[in-house]
Design a protein around this ligand. Structure first.
Ligand code: ADP
Length: 206
């Protein structure tokens, strides 16, 4: 068992080394290029900036790889808990699927404009307060201004060339018809979060 563990550790180190080696090499090359462009007469700021941007992107990649490895290790020992702890809700399955699909498609469309950082789409469910289920669709897209936050639920409001501007307005009607609420928030750093709640089935009704 001990030999096995040592072997696994060896493989793991090799794979970490492999994953971080490439971006670190690229960082060193770009740092040396940036120094070169900055010491030129006249200074080539544009090329120096490109090299620095690449250093930034590669640094992010390394930190993501390491972050994911950490998360992997943190999971041991496993902490087991109920994973289906959500209360039941009553609703029109197809309409609720339509809402989630709509929010996901909007998020993906928002993410297509992101090139400089990672494109993230996170969907979470949780128990909401009081006695409700909370569903969240969060993207790392360009986000929304406070003015947009008020208008996006209006019928026919769209910023897309081929858009109808009906999606969010229909989503809100569906959620409200189920006795819930749908709202949007612009994240402070980047991206948009849509949240909706649905009332949990009460014991009496059950
Ligand atoms: P459509 O997608 O046809 O434009 P919607 O009612 O679904 O209609 O969305 C209205 C507008 O809200 C979009 O045009 C867009 O400007 C904005 N929007 C919706 N979702 C997002 C999002 N995740 N990030 C940024 N803007 C969004």
């Amino acid at each position: 068992m001990h030999a096995n563990r040592v072997a696994t550790l060896g493989q793991l180190s090799a794979s970490i080394a492999h994953e971080v080696n490439q971006p670190i090499g690229a960082t060193l090359n770009n740092a040396s290029a940036a120094l070169h462009w900055l010491s030129k007469e006249p200074v080539d700021l544009e090329k120096a900036r490109t090299a620095l941007n690449r250093i930034f992107a590669n640094g992010n990649r390394v930190s993501e790889v390491i972050g994911r490895m950490r998360a992997l290790f943190k999971k041991a020992p496993l902490r087991k808990e109920d994973v289906e702890g959500l209360p039941l809700i009553r609703g029109d399955r197809v309409q609720l699927q339509q809402v989630i699909m709509n929010l996901i498609v909007n998020a993906i469309e928002a993410l297509t404009s992101v090139c400089e950082r990672s494109r993230e789409l996170v969907i979470t469910t949780a128990k909401g307060e009081p006695d409700s289920v909370l569903v969240e669709v969060r993207d790392s897209g360009p986000g929304l201004s406070s003015l947009d936050l008020e208008r996006i639920f209006d019928a026919f409001y769209t910023t897309k060339p081929g858009g109808m501007g009906m999606g969010l307005s229909i989503c809100r009607s569906i959620i409200e018809a189920h006795g819930g609420q749908l709202r949007a928030a612009a994240d402070q750093l980047q991206g948009t979060t849509f949240q909706f709640t649905l009332p949990a089935q009460s014991n009496q009704a059950a």
